[in-house]
Design a protein around this ligand. Structure first.
Ligand SMILES: Nc1nc2c(c(=O)[nH]1)N[C@H]1C(S)=C(S)[C@@H](COP(=O)(O)O)O[C@H]1N2
Ligand SMILES: [Mo]
Length: 458
């Protein structure tokens, strides 16, 4: 794989000081943009030259109080009429946020249809991924499938496994009792480029095959009950997508019986996006992304795993002894610091908020420790609410940078007692030639210059 180039960073916007109507100085702009102005990308720093902090200090002069209002040079937005409502029937982000994009990794895949785009984790807050920034992974391109024509068929491998096989329209599925739940989805290949050595510069590329949404849909169990499934013999289901990739995956029936597996049509309060499987996708909490079959058109009940191409040949773990491990589907506990992270620049020593994401495919994150000295000393970060099962959890920790090189790491723990491993620990078991399920502790090196780099400690 070729090394992808770093995404262009945010462009520095000088803080605007201005007077509000009642003459009170407003500092909202600085407060809102301060964090990101501190931590500009290497690109913006290069553009500004060595004196990055000088650029910060060059704000507009504040007019003296009680002076001639005509010389205040008030911006148009405080004196004129704004845009009308519903200018955009569907709203979109500010034009100043145009750098926040999901990005392809140039050279990673041969086509742009069988490919992946990475979510800009370094630019996101909280735990929800805006739907337009959700990572994408397609094996054969995406489709905008007509929901009025889409069908879901439920059948059995033989007639005793499912008593009354059925075909559902989307309208029929949407009449059934629904639930809404926050869950992360992580491609099994996330961080897969880093198995042998450092390969990518930013957390967008190292960890960005990760997103978290509120999904709405019908528990698959509800639909299987309607079809009269023999749960004694029917211990597995096969999920099949309607795109050309023949995406088919075996899901163990215990997961379905837990009520967690959803036939989802909703994502963050609206219908799924076409890229994410509109109008119907399987949500399999805690399990690697490939099992979350998009454009879901069929569920078959069976008595053994199917060993489809995407579980017998692909999505298997190459072990150090040359054997392949199959059906490793759970995404183990993992975390990453998203700020400061690779490609960002700390402009000066002083206070920073270390922020990141933690998750576990087995349940809730119970603790995240953060080190700034490469794992010698650890402090526990604050877990921000809500802390939900099989969802992203946001953590934050105060840090005062003394200007010396720092090695920033995060180490998550979940409610099974599992602790996120170091690269040394992962490689001892898994070797270094695998692709999938790399949940090792990530290290970011903050250099004296303030530039942050992806590194691995041996
Ligand atoms: N029908 C279908 N479902 C699919 C895929 C696909 O190519 N076709 N890709 C899978 C893989 S490998 C992943 S990681 C997730 C990605 O979901 P997203 O594109 O919504 O992020 O979808 C899974 N479901
Ligand atoms: Mo994936």
């Amino acid at each position: 794989m070729t090394e992808p180039s770093a995404p262009p960073g945010r462009v520095l916007k000088a803080p605007e000081n201005f007077l509000s109507k009642d003459g009170v100085r407003t500092v909202f702009r600085e407060a809102r943009s301060g964090r990101r102005d501190f931590m500009r990308s290497a690109f913006a720093a290069a553009a500004a030259g060595a004196s990055g902090s000088a650029a910060l200090a060059q704000s507009n002069p504040v007019p003296t109080e009680g002076g001639d209002p005509n010389i205040l040079n008030l911006p148009a937005h405080t004196t004129g009429l704004g845009q009308p409502v519903a200018t955009d029937g569907y709203g979109r982000p500010s034009k100043f946020e145009a750098n926040v994009q999901r990005r392809m990794s140039p050279g990673l895949t041969q086509t742009t249809q069988s490919s992946v785009s990475f979510a800009p984790l370094q630019s996101l807050f909280g735990i929800v991924t805006p739907s337009g920034l959700h990572f994408e992974r397609h094996h054969q391109g995406w489709w905008d499938v007509d929901p009025s024509k889409h069908r879901l068929m439920v059948n059995g491998g033989d007639e005793t496994l499912v008593k009354s096989p059925k075909i559902f329209t989307l309208d029929e599925l949407m009449r059934l009792p629904s639930v809404s739940r926050f869950h992360f989805i992580e491609c099994g290949a996330n961080t897969g480029m880093e198995w042998g050595n450092v390969a990518v510069p930013t957390c967008q590329y190292s960890h960005g095959m990760l997103s978290c949404s509120e999904f709405t849909g019908v528990p698959l169990k509800v639909v299987l009950d309607l079809c009269g499934v023999d749960y004694k013999r029917g211990r597995f289901v096969l999920a099949e997508g309607a795109d050309g990739s023949s995406m088919t995956r075996t899901i163990p029936m215990e997961m379905v019986e837990s009520g967690e597996v959803l036939l989802a049509y909703g994502q963050n309060g609206e219908m799924l996006r076409p890229e994410n499987g509109y109008p119907l996708r399987l949500v399999v909490p805690g399990v690697q992304g490939v099992s979350w079959v998009k454009y879901l058109r069929r569920i078959e009940v069976g008595d053994k795993p199917w060993a489809t191409k995407d579980e017998a040949v692909h999505y298997i773990d190459l072990m150090p002894d040359g054997q392949h491990r199959q059906y490793t589907s759970i995404q183990e506990c993992k975390s990453v610091v998203t700020t400061p992270s690779g490609g960002q620049v700390l402009l000066d020593k002083g206070f920073y908020n270390i922020s990141g994401l933690a998750w576990s495919g087995r349940g809730k994150v119970t603790r995240v420790d953060v080190s700034v000295d490469g794992g010698r000393n650890w402090r526990s970060a604050r877990l921000e609410t809500p802390v939900l099962s099989k969802s992203l959890t946001r953590f934050n920790l105060d840090w005062v940078w003394d200007g010396r090189p720092a090695l920033i790491q995060s180490r998550a723990m979940d409610d099974t007692g599992y602790v996120q491993p170091t690269y040394r620990q992962t490689r001892a078991v898994r070797g270094s030639r695998s692709i999938y399920h790399n949940n090792s502790i990530q290290t970011w090196l903050v250099q004296e210059s303030g530039e942050v780099k992806n590194v691995q400690l041996s």
